[in-house]
Structures are given as structure tokens and as C-alpha cells.
Design a protein around this ligand. Structure first.
Ligand SMILES: [Zn+2]
Length: 160
């Protein structure tokens, strides 16, 4: 492009090209470039702001970002969010961290080693499962090995 401009400047110098035409070409070019920038998707713009997505929204497929209190869908029309502190997990003294959120979004489950059992007063390990129902995160537990203990399998989380 520089070579092309040099060439045109030479033509202008020789009086073979109108300098205003040259300038108009440049402003047209800039307009095109600016139009191209605004066409960049929200996902791309998010990348410029150096936001790193935690995963993909199970409801609408847009990137999910980490907020202060939750992991939220970048699509404003989508209500999906994964609260770090939620009723289901706080009973087991557990917060959703970034690694858990990433696995839940990717695979719908994450292995948690230190869930607190109010019944036994001890911690236990289980797989935390997440499904998205009506745009909300819904949790349940699954135990890798069956133990004879009280908290059996699929207590479904908060459901409104
Ligand atoms: Zn979404």
C-alpha cells in the first residue's frame, strides 16, 4: 500500500493526479477500516479487554466470564449465571471457584474433594453435577463409589 501511495504522490507531483482525489481515497479507506472495527463481535471485543472466558454458556453458547460474585454469561439477554456462593453448596461449605466453574461449563461436572457434611461433621468427596434448567444452574451430587452413608446421590439443588 505504501508503494501505491508513493506512486500516486509521484503522479500528483507530476500533476497527473489530483491531490484531492488521493485524499478522498485515503478517507474512504479509513471509513472502511472503522466500519470493519465496529463489526467485530462481542467475543472479539472481550478479547481486547483481556477478559478471559471461563467457558461456554450451557444455555446460549456465548462465553462466560468471571465476575466478582458469579460467573456470568456475556449474552445480555441470557440469564445464566453461576454463583460462587450458592445455597446448594454453601451448606457444604463450598464456593464455586474458577477451576470448578470451567469444568462445570465444559463437562457439566467437577470432582470436589472437600465437601462438608453437616450430618457427619466431616468432609467428603463427590462429583458435583450441573445442569442448566430454565436458564439457571441446577446442582446435584454424584458419588463415585457407593457408600452406605446418608447423603445419597441426587439431591437436586435449589429449584424455583
Ligand atoms: Zn448464555
Amino acid at each position: 500500500m505504501t508503494a501505491e501511495w508513493e506512486n500516486k504522490l509521484l503522479l500528483i507531483e507530476k500533476g497527473q493526479m489530483d491531490s484531492r482525489e488521493f485524499l478522498r481515497e485515503i478517507t474512504d479507506l479509513i471509513d472502511t477500516m472503522i466500519a470493519g472495527c465496529s463489526a467485530i463481535s462481542g467475543e472479539e471485543q472481550g478479547r481486547f479487554h483481556q477478559r478471559e472466558s471461563v467457558g461456554i454458556c450451557p444455555v446460549c453458547g456465548n462465553p462466560v466470564y468471571e465476575g466478582k460474585k458469579n460467573f456470568y454469561c456475556s449474552n445480555r439477554e441470557c440469564a445464566f449465571s453461576l454463583w460462587k456462593e450458592n445455597r446448594y453448596l454453601s451448606g457444604m461449605k463450598k464456593l464455586v471457584d474458577k477451576k470448578m466453574a470451567a469444568e462445570l461449563l465444559e463437562k457439566g461436572r467437577t470432582h470436589v474433594k472437600d465437601l462438608y457434611s453437616q450430618k457427619t461433621g466431616r468432609t467428603f468427596a463427590a462429583d458435583l453435577l450441573m445442569t442448566a434448567e430454565d436458564g439457571r444452574a441446577n446442582f446435584s451430587l454424584e458419588f463415585p463409589k457407593k457408600k452406605g452413608s446418608g447423603k445419597s446421590g441426587k439431591g437436586s439443588g435449589k429449584r424455583k
